[in-house]
Design a protein around this ligand. Sequence first.
Ligand SMILES: Nc1ncnc2c1ncn2[C@@H]1O[C@H](COP(=O)(O)OP(=O)(O)O)[C@@H](O)[C@H]1O
Ligand SMILES: [Mg+2]
Length: 340
Amino acid sequence: MKKRRIAVLCHQDLIPPDSKEGFEPKEIAVWKTEFGVVDTLRSLGHDVHVRGVSDDLAPIRRVLEGFEPDVFFNLLMEFRDQGSYQAHVVSYLELLDARYTGCNSRGILLTRDKALCKKILRYHRIPTPRFAVFPIGGRSRRTKLGYPMIVKSADEEASLGISQASVVSDEEHLRERVEFVHRNVGTDAIAEEYVEGRELTLSVLGNDRLTTLPIWELFFRNLPEGSLPIATARAKWDLDYQKRAGIDNGPAEDIDPTTRSRIATLGKRAYRALGLSGYARLDLRLAPDGRVFVIEVNSTPDVAEDEDLSRSSRAAGIDYPALIQRIVGLGAAYRLPGLR
Ligand SMILES: Nc1ncnc2c1ncn2[C@@H]1O[C@H](COP(=O)(O)OP(=O)(O)O)[C@@H](O)[C@H]1O
Ligand SMILES: [Mg+2]
């Protein structure tokens, strides 16, 4: 295996310590991704340099000129506290002609904007729920969508602003929830037709040749009466609630081979339609009638060892170090299309 010079870019506040010793699980959870990546790269024998970035691009340029990395391992999810600048930092790496892991700037831009992403998917006839956008400060208007609908932030992640109340069954509640997103999340809102069914996720690796990993499922085994099986912020982040409601994830069983291959093909088509690179994870719903819908395309999914991407990778026989190594290789090999 080739030993490389790798500069890990992460948020200034998430630079991991050298060891987990003496930290509480809650503290570790904050920088587990950064820790896992740095620790694994070092144990693979790479020459690793960690650089924190928060509101200044100069450190990136300095590390490129000083340390001369073969590749940046990019873990930056925001710049100047703005998630919507995430793609622009990658643009900067591209302007510097640097190699980097993960998704290219254009792919991040297209997927972070949920409505734009869905417009592209629909053009390519990739099934995704019908939707309407409600811009902040826009006039309220009628939609022709069918109820129930789910109301989300148009460009936030991590289920921010998603709770049981996000699913609405009439116009009054739709208005209320749109206003809630405007006021509390501070972004445009998107309302989608709600798809009943199993909550699946599919991880994809590659630049040109794509690999899909085993389909993963989020289980809701013991939801309180009347609750819908959706990945609310609470379902994603509240460990106590997860225990009580029996929420956990694992390989999706009992899916027939035809549906499995349809899901894999759908994932690859979406990946290509959006010009993604490196790795990505798609949130999907499998309806009781067998139809599959793309709910969301995550172009920068969490690469922590205990998250869906790494776990489904392990189920495919690619352990965590091998996954991280593969991600580095894909980053080193990726070239932006269209450059002369
Ligand atoms: N159209 C939909 N039908 C059914 N469930 C949905 C739909 N859209 C979102 N959800 C539920 O809400 C969760 C979060 O939505 P998602 O679009 O993935 O946003 P986030 O970026 O916060 O992950 C999904 O994982 C799913 O459980
Ligand atoms: Mg999601």
